[in-house]
Design a protein around this ligand. Sequence first.
Ligand SMILES: [Fe+2]
Length: 438
Amino acid sequence: MQDVRGVDASTNNAKSLVTYEKALRALNSYRGDPVAIIDEALADDPDFVMGHVLRAEVHVTLWENSVLPEVESSLARLSDLDNRMNDRERQHTQAIKLWSKGDWNGARGAFDRLLADYPRDLLALQVGHLADFFHGDRDNLRGRVLRALPAWTRDDPGYSFVLGMQAFGLEESGSYAEAEESGRRALAIEPEDCWAHHAIAHVMEMQARQAEGIAFMETRQPHWSQGDNAFRFHNWWHTALFHLDQGRGDEALRIYDREVRRDPEAIQVMMVDAVALLWRLHLQSIDVGNRWDELADKYEKDEEGGFYAFNDMHAMMAFSATGRTNAAAARLRATEGAVKQAGTNGLISQLVGVSLVRAIEAFGRERYAEAVDLLMPVRYRAYVFGGSHAQRDIIHRTLFEAAVRSGQQQLAVALANERTELKPTCPFSWSLRGRAAA
Ligand SMILES: [Fe+2]
């Protein structure tokens, strides 16, 4: 049979494909639980190949060590079903297999090839897009979507989500006007699209349109924050950043409590946002009470050290802010150990991860000059360890503060100048100029 976009699937069970669409829509829209939905299809139809593929890939998009057992159990089922798979399903399985072995660049390449053959495979497009995000690969965030777009028309199911991805890829590539236009076109078709709202929030962040960003996110909030919504925390994080950069740390903390950390779960992508907000406040010496403790506790207990350098840096921020030197040393060893391991994270850790984690550790021990020395060479190469420009801004903020605290006034002034030139309308930029001058 074929799915609703005319892509072949090795099933004769129409009901399974209907449920697959529901699960895919949950993933596209960040509403509902795609795993719970696809599990219903798999309970009825245990040999449904695309069901196992979707289940595995939803876990992959969390990009953390804890999901490996689930991914591997799906791979075991897919291996049993190999003789009935079609070409597309075999390519999906290969991508998942590469990811499970830590060859993340290999997995991204497998999705590139798959999408060249099947550009209307919306699952591959979204999972590939998120994989590009986890590598800070702005060229492929844009390129992957642009390669597929000509195969789509406005009336295709899921087209608006493709536009939302295009918007984010364009934004990360610096094409802000085009990004905003794509995002708004996506919202005209699907007003509740979390990712398209998110892309527009990124445009406003990069263009330092803080007041407009708050107005946009708060006016549109009924669209992007309602329902059983797995992305709300991150769009609220962006809203909190707008407030913070207008000098409203109090409002940022209110959003932190009410939304960003509303569900204090141990999911890495959620913890990263919490840390990233608290660390920005920490750099400005704004008291955040005991909010660090539950994060540091969770990082101490998890088994994520050395899995993904981006997460390691954020864990280190929690340990540095709470003075947990033993946990910090253990995390640093894990990141250093990753360098010796095969796989993409070893490469990422070698290129930038170890320097960044060491820098945050040094900052926590008040060795600010050392933090400066570690951050300066890697700050513009840090994209290889993933995240967005907005997320990696935390590195530049940390460098500035380390320069100030180590008495390197000329460097601090220079960094503040860079920031006011890039974002002249951002009150935070000017606050750095004042701090550096003083
Ligand atoms: Fe974001």
